[in-house]
Design a protein around this ligand. Structure first.
Ligand code: ZN
Length: 319
């Protein structure tokens, strides 16, 4: 009988989940739409209804649950004031899942879970100092220094999505203006496209889409086909992101940034210009030393693996 952990990545758009073995094999995965879930109780119940028949049919034993979520606090087991989720304020997670499933549950920040996944199973296996950046609905960052995941003094380390890049800029879900994630996330590039397309004189396949319907996915597909507007949008986005990463590099002197999340699916279309702009903005002795790579778990979601791996390694409630 295979023993599995239910790894869950709660995102602003989708809630992805998988049944992960201790060796890091994903035996089943699927997702729910975040906006369709009104409460955590409903989420736990829906997931139970989804996976119970699979556990029964395949004779898997559910060992525990690992959850990654924006503003998920490992210490309190609560999601606290997440800007991009429908559930507001402080939302209790662990006791609800423990009651519904009858197994122990751990929660952590989604980007920390992604960083843990890359360290255990992905491109960062051999790295000691690196940062995983999830470019999704928002921007999440989780980082390792000297081989250890960093939580900070209050469990809040790695909120790079909310560094200010324009004090008079776009409104952010955190209540402030001009945060990085309003420009350099999947949501951010779509907002930039809607602003830009109105004044764009050239020919672009994006012009055929109603501005309000343009998504990062549309832009990525167009860019891969060489669409000039889509490539310009990636260049603008990379310029903002590259400057931010130069600032982070100046403080942390990392060996690599690992891109994950929806926008990372553009691969070299985002990594190459971001690296160029980062190097342009770095002091001489930092230049060309920091790699920018994409997650090797992109197709599968590193946060699901990381949340499960964190559980396996913590051995919480081991039974
Ligand atoms: Zn913000």
């Amino acid at each position: 009988m295979a023993s599995v952990v239910l790894g869950i990545d709660i995102g602003g758009t989708n809630i992805e989940y998988g049944l992960i073995t201790k060796e890091g094999e994903n035996l089943y995965s699927s997702f729910l739409k975040t906006e369709s879930i009104e409460s955590i109780e409903e989420l736990a119940q829906n997931l139970k209804e989804e996976i119970s028949p699979i556990l029964k049919k395949e004779k898997y034993k559910l060992h525990g649950i690992g959850i990654g979520a924006p503003k998920g606090n490992y210490l309190t087991g609560c999601i606290e004031f997440a800007a991009n989720l429908p559930w507001k304020g402080v939302v209790e997670i662990n006791p609800i899942f423990e009651e519904v499933f009858g197994v122990a549950t751990i929660l952590t920040n989604d980007a920390n879970a992604a960083a843990y996944g890359e360290k255990m199973y992905g491109v960062a296996k051999e790295m000691k100092n690196f940062m995983v950046i999830t470019l999704g609905t928002g921007i999440g960052t989780g980082f390792f220094m000297n081989g250890q995941l960093q939580h900070g003094s209050h469990g809040n380390a790695g909120e790079m999505g909310h560094i200010t890049i324009d004090p008079l800029g776009r409104e952010c879900g955190c209540g402030r203006l001009g945060c990085l994630e309003r420009y350099a996330s999947a949501t951010g590039i779509a907002l930039s496209a809607r602003e830009k397309i109105e004044f764009y004189k050239g020919s672009s396949s994006l012009s055929k889409i109603a501005p309000s319907d343009i998504t990062a996915k549309n832009i990525t597909i167009a860019a891969k086909k060489g669409d000039p507007l889509a490539l310009e949008l990636f260049d603008d986005t990379s310029k903002i992101l590259g400057k931010a990463l130069a600032n982070i590099t100046t403080v942390l002197d990392l060996e690599a940034f690992v891109f994950a999340g929806g926008l990372a699916k553009a691969k070299r279309i985002i990594t190459e210009p971001t690296k160029r702009y980062m190097d342009e903005n770095l002091m001489e002795d930092f230049k060309s030393k920091v790699q920018i790579v994409c997650s090797s778990l992109l197709a599968e979601n590193s946060a699901i693996f990381g949340a499960a791996a964190l559980y396996w390694n913590e051995e919480k409630g081991n039974s």
